[in-house]
Every structure is written in C-alpha cells, then in structure tokens.
Design a protein. Structure first.
Lengths: 209, 209
C-alpha cells in the first residue's frame, strides 16, 4: 500500500510534518493574498488538500493558525545586525521593518493579525509566542549590548526605547493618520537617541552628565 | 396624533436627535460592557428600542457606529493641559491616557475598535475622523506651542514625538508583551525628551547645540 511518489491527494498518508508544512503554506498564501479574513479552517483545508479535522486537531483557532503561518514565513527575517554601532544597527533594523510593513502583503497581514488578536485570545497568545515576544527579545538584547558598550544611558528602561522605535512604527501601521516611510524610521532612531529637548537645556531636577 | 409625553416605544415619533443619542448610548453600553463583537446592528437596535433600518440608514457599518459611540462617550476627556511646561503637560496627559486605557472598559473598547478597523474600512475612517485624528491634532498643537517656547528642538519632526509617546502606549495596549502603567507614561516622556544616548556623547556627524 506504500506509494513511492508523494500522493498529492492521499490524505492521511503524507507524514504529519509534511501535511503541517502544507497547511502553513496554504494559510500564508491566503493571509498575504487576501487578508486575515480569508484564513478560515474551511478555506485553508481546501487550499492545502487537508481535512478540516486535522486543522481543528492542531490549531485552537484559525487565527492561531494564521499567526503561526505568518511566523514560519517571516522567520528568516529575524536576524538583528550587530556592528557595534547601535545607531546604525537600529536604523538598519527599523528601515528593514518599515520596508517589510509597506512593501507588500506583510503590512496588511501583520495589521490583520494584531487586529483579530484584540478579540481572539488564541491568536493573541500565538502572535506573542511566535512573533512579537521573540522579536522584542532580540531588540532588547541589542540595546542591552549597546548599554554595556556605553552607547545608551544606564538609567533608562530599555523596554521603553523598544516601544519608542517599533511601537511608533506599529502606531502608523495600525492608526494610519500619518505616513510610514524609511526616512521616518531613520528619524525615529535619531529622536529616540538624541531626545526632543534642546541639548543646551538641563532636565529639571537632575544633573546632565 | 401628536403625543405630549415622549413615547418610549413610539418609533418614528421621537425627534431624530433623540433617537440618535439613544442609539449611541446603547452602542457605548454594549462596547464598554461586552466588547466590540457585541456591537451589531441587531443588538444595538434592540437595546435602543430603534429599528434596524434606522441604523442602516445612519451608519455604514456597525463598526462605524461603535467608533462614533465611543467618541461621543469620551469627548469630554479631550482637553489638553497647557501650563507652559511641556514635560509636565505631556506627563499629565499621558498618565491620564494610561489611566483611561487600564482603568476599566475603555482600554478593551479602544483595542477592539482598532482591531476591527484593520479589516473594516468604514470603522477605520470613523475612528480616524472622530477619535484619533482630532487627538493627534491636539497633541501636535501642544508640542508646536512648546517648540515656539524653545522647549523642544527646532530640527525634529514633532509628529515622531507624538508617535513615541502615544504610539508607545498603544503598542503595549495592542501587543501586550510588557506592562502599561502610569510610571511607564512618566518614563516615556522623560525618555523622549532627554534621549537614550548618554549626554556626554555627541551625535555622529552633527554638532550638539
């Protein structure tokens, strides 16, 4: 009964890992091509040639499947440059992030995932586990290294810096009252590092050092 | 045929403004009490004692109705303090914003509105028109006044500063990988004004002034 060529329609015969990869590919295609609303168990099962029961067994919601699919698709873009110059590294990384968000289907896909996550706890958990938390950890590691090198102040909460860079981009993606561009990314980094206060004024109640 | 006491069930007899106000109150109640998914034309019409046809006539989508309802509810919180000290005013405003987002139903309501806005263009437009754009304009006016007073640098894009304050809060609301607190709001303002770079290091390729 074992077939030599991989049977395209032989449900239940393909190794689970292969079926899983096919489902994730199908979900990614629907997410990037038509948006988060197209990622339903019905449509993914049809596109992947898998049974809906398999999908129900593996994912708690279609949203959770969409999040894992997107993560699998974007995993290769996770690396964070480390040249030893935090301004240059943050600028490179933020510009690449803005290119990703504005260059094709990824921006609407991420916006759709975050959007549905607001009312789908399964998707919210998957988005955090597979996408946002690991990315936040990489950014935190980069700014901690920079602080160890003396390029960032000792007395600030580095998590805030991460929000003021990536969060600012998400703000323009999700509430598009102002444009999101690569020049914006560069200016974001400069603003966060240099501060909005004129350099010749001292912060109130503190000594500049 | 004209009745003297306002008929609670006399559909079509109440003045349009009164019906409209009742619908918005009902939508706000559902949004704050049960979340964005509860704001459907069916449920709002039932709660307001209005006809669904009226709602269809006045709002292009239930999402657009939810956005206008939320705006009407939160309008009184629009004022922006102007004491002449931008650090104090931003801190007051941001802490109040965080209190609003974390103190009750408003945070989930705003998160739900932004969430649905990602796939509902009518809601997205209403959210911008009634809520986010006017608030952004108030924040922009405040930072422009501060720049005119010499409290902010001449050479930065003030729209970025707004994203690095409010956008950072939205980031923690919508992608809750880190906590959103009033202390966070204070630290956000200090970070944005003072910058993350040690004060004794000069920005590359520029003169500090």
């Amino acid at each position: 009964m074992v077939e030599v060529t991989p049977p395209r329609r032989g449900r239940g015969r393909r190794p689970a890992a292969e079926v899983r990869a096919g489902v994730l590919r199908a979900a990614t295609g629907l997410l990037l091509g038509e948006g988060i609303k197209a990622v339903t168990f019905d449509r993914v099962a049809a596109a992947a040639g898998s049974s809906k029961m398999t999908l129900y067994k593996w994912w708690p919601s279609a949203g959770a499947l969409a999040a894992e699919a997107y993560f699998t698709h974007s995993e290769q873009q996770l690396e964070f440059p480390d040249t030893g110059d935090i301004r240059a590294d943050l600028t490179t990384q933020l510009r690449a992030f803005v290119r990703l968000l504005t260059g094709g289907g990824a921006g609407p896909a991420i916006a759709g995932l975050i959007g549905v996550a607001q009312t789908d706890p399964e998707l919210s958990a998957a988005f955090s586990r597979y996408y946002s938390a690991p990315r936040r950890a990489l950014a935190m590691a980069a700014v901690h290294r920079a602080r160890d090198r003396g390029q960032l102040r000792d007395d600030i909460d580095l998590g805030i810096l991460v929000d003021q860079l990536w969060g600012a981009c998400y703000h323009r993606l999700l509430i598009p009252d102002a444009p999101l561009t690569e020049e914006y990314a560069t200016a974001l980094v400069d603003n966060a590092l240099d501060g909005a206060r004129p350099r010749d004024t001292a912060p109130p109640g503190r000594h500049s050092h």
